[in-house]
Structure formats: structure tokens, C-alpha cells
Design a protein around this ligand. Sequence first.
Ligand code: AKB
Length: 317
Amino acid sequence: MKTILVTGALGQIGSELVVKLRDLYGDRHVVGTDVRSDPNSPVVSGGPFETLDVTDGERFLELGKKYQVDAVIHLAAVLSATAEAKPQFAWHLNMTGLVNGLETARQLEGQLFTPSSIAAFGPSTPKDGTPQDTIQRPNTIYGVTKVAGELLCDYYHQRFGVDTRGVRFPGLISYVTPPGGGTTDYAVDIYYQAVKEKKYTSYIAAGTKMDMMYMPDALDAIVQLMEADPARLVHRNAFNIAAMSFAPEDVAAAIKARIPEFELTYDVDPVRQRIAESWPNSIDSSCAVEEWGFRPRFDLESMTEDMLQKLAGRLVR
Ligand code: AKB
């Protein structure tokens, strides 16, 4: 990658990824784009930034040409819970945006990365140690867009030679930009509330395990996969990757070990609970390990330590 265009640059992943990419590739070589702007964000002030509605294919390509990009990192998408509330909008944004990203990469002969998700699996998928290649029959609209996106990226690679790459992200946890509209968001909120209120009410039921990952590992994975030798890639769209699997009571125990007053209660949201139950308990990342050396650094304990320390510095002044 030499010059990279990132969509959804003000979102949960983008706001940290753009800063990291600018450190690695140079400020001028990373173009942040988002449907809105934010003058207070380092993404906007620290290098080139353009507003872009990813469903506008003409502008997508125009910006790609303007900055002579050779890689598109397409992050703009609606997450699972919001998608379930607005299925038609989710299909339009997630699929039209991806087609426009792929077309831009095709016309500029560049690479394209886009995240898939554990949501690409469904109730008939093996739940534990979910293999890389297995049954994918999701019953959420978000999951349907993720499976369709994986297939479309494979198609663009086979048919047009576009160098498409992707991972199936688990829930991502970070102290910088909160996520919005996902099912795994509780695993971020719980840390904020632990620091602010010393208590949290979970909308996900006890015993519901889902895969998770700390943001620094997710950012490293994107860069590592994009820089990986293509000759080693048997799979492309998209690799299973996960760093830990836990239920609400597991993360609560890790927090309680550091904040003894912390209390967890439950008020389960049936919509997000149904989505969570349709996803795997834990996926198998071995193909990512073998094909491009995926190696996460954080587990639940080390992530909890870091999250609480960083949030204490930000929230309690
Ligand atoms: C969501 O919960 O929708 C996302 C995801 C797992 O893709 N975090």
C-alpha cells in the first residue's frame, strides 16, 4: 500500500486506523473519508480528508483518482442491531457502498480491504471452534450483507483480478471511539460504565459467549493482511480472526478483580439477544495464523487492564 483511501474514517475502526496508517505511510498518503466531517477529529486535521457518501459511486471514483490511491479500506457500513431495525437501508448502504469500493479499486488497479464479521455465520454453523470454511446461513440482514460481500469480493478477485482481502471481525473493544448499532457494543459500554458508575446493566444474557478483540490487534491485523505476500493467501474473503471469547459475566469478573465495587445486572434486549445467539461462541483463526501470521497480543485480562487504565485517564478528571 502506498496511498490509501479509508471510508467510514470517523467510525470506531476508522478513527484509530487512519492515525496508525498515517504514522506508517505518511500523512499525505492516507485520505480519510466519511459521510460527515468533524473539525475536532485528528482524522480531519491530520491529513487529507473528504466527505464521501459511499453510495455515490461517481464521487468515490473521483476521489480515488484525485489522490491516485492504490488501496481502498472500505469500512463504512451499518452494524447488526441498526441493520435489523432498517433492513432495506442496511442492504443499500452495505452493498452499494461495497460495489462502489470494488469498482474504484478495479478501475485504479488497486487493493481493497473490507471487514466481514462473525455475523457471516448463523444458527446452523458449528458454534465452537467454528472453522474457516463452513456453513454460512445467517438469519440477520447484516449477516446476509456480510456473506454477499465476501462472495462479491471473491468474485472481483477471480473475474477482474482485484486484490481483495478481508477478515471476519469479532466484537471490537476500544477506549477511543465508541461503536454504534452493534450487538457486541455491550463489551465496550461495560468498561465505560464501570469507570463512571461502578455498575452496568447488560442487554446480553448471562452465558452468551461471543468472540472479541482489542482494537490494537484489529488494526495490526488489517495492516498485516494488506501487506501479506499474495502467494501465501489460500483464502482472501474473509479470514476468521478472534483473540478471546467471553460472556458478560466473564468480562464483569475481570473488571471486578480491578474495581471490587463493580456490579453487573441484566435487562436483556430480545432483538440483540437473538442476534448474539445466532453467532458462534468461538471461531477458529488458524488459517489466518498459517497464511499471514495473525497473532493477537491481548487477552481478556491484559485488555481489561489497559481499557480501565486508559478510560480512567479520559473519563475521571
Ligand atoms: C456488531 O455487533 O454488529 C459488530 C460485528 C460483530 O460485526 N460488532
